[in-house]
Ligand binder design. Structure first.
Ligand code: EPZ
Length: 417
């Protein structure tokens, strides 16, 4: 089932719940390697990337299984501390197994994750962070070897804000001797969720959610139980689906406080949005204004919502300038959106979108990466006629049953060969 067929079908209407956050679930699943025994998770999303992570954990000796709506990870001492190329190349977040294995067992051999469509995705800051904790790092034949009889706490300044780097080094520091201070740390809500799970396991972390995180090393961590935080990117995508179709959609089981930058920009464009602690509603707008957006680390506008917001701007009144500061090549959706009739001029890290309300027409398009595929589905919801999104497997990495959620709101969308 490789295609999604979307037919413009008027305003969406109704209530839809967000699932658990992919980008919190992945580091939390890798953090289980810090504590042998049975870890229990609720609100775990059913996604391709979760399956890939389970496969990697199984290759390291863990047992994973669904028990009703709980996801259990039973961790045993790995036979080998190697994460193979075959598994890592499928999902670069697999590199997050390095910090936990290095801290718990003193060694880790992980295939160098490749880049991907949106950028080269280096890991130099992860490795510099491990070195700051005393690890010896060698790289050969496409694998990174990290070793240390016992990590020692230290201070490390990230020269670039990196979500994965902050997560990897924070996990490693939980079992180091002494105190570690991470400066210019990422502040994403997913970092906070990971730190909260680590603390449930017995870690001593403070400052998570700010740019200075303090980790006091402990001797041992124990398995615990945790509910994965709601997926703010999925929730934002669903809100934009309501907005772009001039509908009225309420997203529940979400945290609007995690989406302040998006909500601010949508209100600036003219949408009425109401929020409660765990839900948000967008109301029908007959037209909306083009607004400029610059992506940046949390709490500023998330790069993971850039493509979806661009779809909204293709049918706004006026010209929007979108600047992508996080990744060097995250405009792959632009050419595909222009196939639907959008008027977009992409430059390096900047795209100029001249809005054309009511002018999109359906066409076959190609998904290139996870969030680009969501952007094409959103545009298909309002394009006249049929839009066929090819290579839809990209979407399945990060959205749980998106077509079911959108159909329940009135969208005409189906999966096909
Ligand atoms: C995480 O990727 C997310 N993935 C991405 O979501 C998200 O787009 C990104 O953070 C930014 O918010 C997961 O959480 C699994 P980074 P990550 O390290 O950790 C540079 C999605 O769609 N950098 O914060 O890989 C890097 O090149 C995905 O769900 C270094 O230079 O992102 C980039 O320019 C896509 N050296 C910037 O930092 C390093 O060692 C931010 O990357 C590490 C990163």
């Amino acid at each position: 089932m490789d295609k999604m067929v979307v037919i413009g079908n008027g305003p969406l209407k109704g209530t839809v719940a967000a699932s658990g956050a992919k980008n919190a679930a992945l580091p939390i699943l890798f953090s289980t390697l810090l504590a042998e025994g049975n870890h229990i998770f609720t609100n775990m999303p059913k996604l391709k990337d979760i399956e890939s992570t389970a496969e990697l954990l199984q290759s390291l000796g863990c047992e994973t299984k669904w028990v009703g709506d709980e996801f259990h990870v039973n961790v045993h001492r790995p036979q080998s501390f190697e994460a193979s190329y075959d598994l890592v190349r499928k999902m670069r977040a697999s590199f997050l197994c390095m910090g936990p294995m290095l801290a718990k067992y003193g060694e880790a051999v992980v295939s160098q994750p490749g880049g991907c469509a949106i950028g080269s995705r280096p890991i130099d800051l992860h490795l510099d962070g491990f070195k700051a904790l005393g690890a010896t790092i060698t790289q050969k034949e496409g694998y990174v070897h990290a070793a240390s009889p016992k990590l020692k706490g230290g201070t490390f300044l990230f020269e670039t804000v990196t979500v994965g780097g902050t997560e990897n080094v924070m996990m490693a520091a939980t079992l180091a001797e002494g105190v570690t201070v991470l400066e210019n740390a990422a502040k994403e809500p997913e970092i906070v969720d990971l730190a909260e799970y680590l603390n449930k396991m017995g870690a001593k972390i403070s400052g998570h959610g700010t740019s200075v995180i303090r980790i006091e090393g402990v001797k041992e961590l124990k398995p615990a139980k945790h509910s994965i935080m709601p997926d703010r990117i999925e929730a934002g995508t669903l809100l934009i689906a309501g907005a772009i179709t001039k509908g009225e959609v309420t997203v529940t089981k979400c945290v609007p406080a995690h989406l302040e930058a998006l909500i601010l920009k949508m209100r600036e464009a003219g949408f009425k949005i109401d929020t409660t602690k765990d839900s948000m509603t967008v109301y029908p707008a007959d037209k909306w204004e083009a607004v400029d957006v610059t992506t940046a680390p949390h709490p500023l506008f998330p790069t993971d919502l850039q493509a979806q917001f661009m779809a909204l701007m293709t049918v706004a009144n006026g010209t929007s300038v979108i600047t992508e500061t996080v990744f060097e090549n995250r405009f792959m959706h632009v050419t595909e959106l222009t196939r639907l009739g959008s008027d977009i001029t992409p430059k390096t890290r900047v795209a100029v979108i001249r809005g054309q309300p009511g002018k999109l027409t359906g066409a076959p398009v190609m998904a290139t990466d996870l969030r680009a595929s969501a952007s094409l589905v959103l545009a298909g919801l309002i394009a006249a006629g049929e839009t066929v999104v090819n290579r839809i497997y990209h979407l399945d990495r990060g959205y749980e049953k998106l077509e079911d959620k959108l159909s329940a709101l009135g969208a005409n969308i189906r999966r096909t060969e």
